[in-house]
Write a protein that binds this ligand. Structure first.
Ligand code: GLY
Length: 359
């Protein structure tokens, strides 16, 4: 068992890195959660881990219930949140109650948002079961839903009481989801830690073989990189934006695909786009651009937005909540392990890169 603390004053919390669920009850007790608990999970994860988690939580003497949502990004909307509110009110959940998000990034974002807003905020716990959620989305308190086709347009920063990662849940993750999560893992190396990036690049096969010590090291390093950024800039007024490498183009591609592409797949395409932009701007060499693309490809990730119109991607980028007065923010590499935030309003340059990306 490993424990990493996210230090945010009175909103501080531990991340437990575990190999099973046997420590969940004790994590609940340590957090002092004694009210009713609703476990929110999705239609895939419920068949795998709901029973084991409910048993562990119930063993602490609290009253538990569950709420199962349809798996997939298409559930990430206010209607799903309303269904959760309805069950919370029907079952008289109060300010001492807690919501547990058991699942991937979509479940975490929805359940976290319900917890942030029900009665102006009740406790919540993250039990991420996908690589994407374990590496990134379960840490740092970003919660929210999509709104009328716009990604994460409604949401709140709201920190969980603890994060409980069981790395062995990755064994039941569909391969496409595992690959999607690798995009966020590779991203962490690219923004902050060249040594970690090399480790991931060279140990890719071990990840696909679920080698426990490799997964443990990767999870620990991911959590450490993410927590150190969140500790310095909890609400993304500056530094935290570096976690958005690949997201300016990525979110637009995700919307254009009608959410058929997975988030990590879109981030991979966005990272390839950011490196293409940086190379055209003279910030990195062609060799660095090509090597990064080849790492993404080795992870089984797409680096091209096939069958999309550049103009459509550009229009979606302008609609993103991070766009300001027609100017787009991009996190661009200076070298592997270091990035900067760049505002670009050169439409021609952007269109040239988008043309390459769809080509
Ligand atoms: N997923 C990016 C962030 O948490 O800021």
């Amino acid at each position: 068992m490993e424990r990493i603390n996210v230090e945010l004053g009175e909103r501080s919390y531990p991340i437990y890195i575990m190999t099973d669920f046997s420590g969940l009850g004790s994590a609940f007790s340590k957090a002092g959660l004694r009210g009713k608990v609703m476990v929110v999970t999705d239609s895939n994860v419920s068949n795998l881990y709901l029973k084991a988690c409910m048993e562990e939580i119930t063993s602490t003497g609290v009253q538990t219930c569950s709420h199962v949502i349809e798996a997939g990004e298409k559930s990430k909307n206010l209607d799903t949140v309303k269904d959760i509110y309805r069950q919370l009110t029907d079952q008289r959940f109060d300010r001492n109650s807690a919501i547990v998000a058991l699942g991937g990034g979509v479940t975490g974002d929805i359940a976290g948002f319900a917890a942030a807003t029900y009665m102006r905020g009740i406790h919540y716990v993250q039990i991420p079961t996908s690589l994407l959620a374990q590496a990134d989305s379960s840490i740092g308190g970003k919660t929210g839903v999509d709104f009328e086709g716009f990604k994460n347009m409604v949401g709140a920063f709201y920190q969980p009481r603890f994060v409980y990662i069981n790395i062995n849940t990755l064994r039941t993750l569909p391969l496409r989801e595992l690959r999607s999560g690798l995009a966020e893992v590779i991203k962490h190396g690219l923004i902050k830690d060249a040594g970690f990036y090399d480790f991931v690049r060279l140990k890719m096969q071990k990840i696909f073989e679920f080698d426990e010590s490799t997964l443990q090291y990767i999870t620990r390093t991911n959590c450490s990189i993410k927590k150190s950024i969140v500790e310095q800039d909890e609400k993304e007024s500056g530094l935290r934006a570096i976690l958005n490498l690949g997201h300016t183009i990525g979110h637009a591609v995700e919307s254009v695909s009608g959410f058929e592409l997975l988030h990590g797949e879109c981030v991979a395409i966005g990272i390839a786009g950011a490196f293409r932009l940086a190379r055209r701007m003279g910030m990195i060499s062609k060799a660095v651009e090509e090597e990064t693309e080849s790492t993404l490809r080795d992870a089984g990730l797409p680096v091209k937005a096939a069958n999309m119109e550049p103009q459509q991607i550009y229009a979606e980028m302008l609609h993103d909540k991070k766009a300001k007065e027609g100017k787009l923010s991009f996190i661009l590499p200076k070298r592997i392990g270091e990035v900067i935030n760049h505002t670009i309003d050169d439409r021609r340059l952007l269109m040239e890169v988008l043309e390459e990306l769809v080509g």
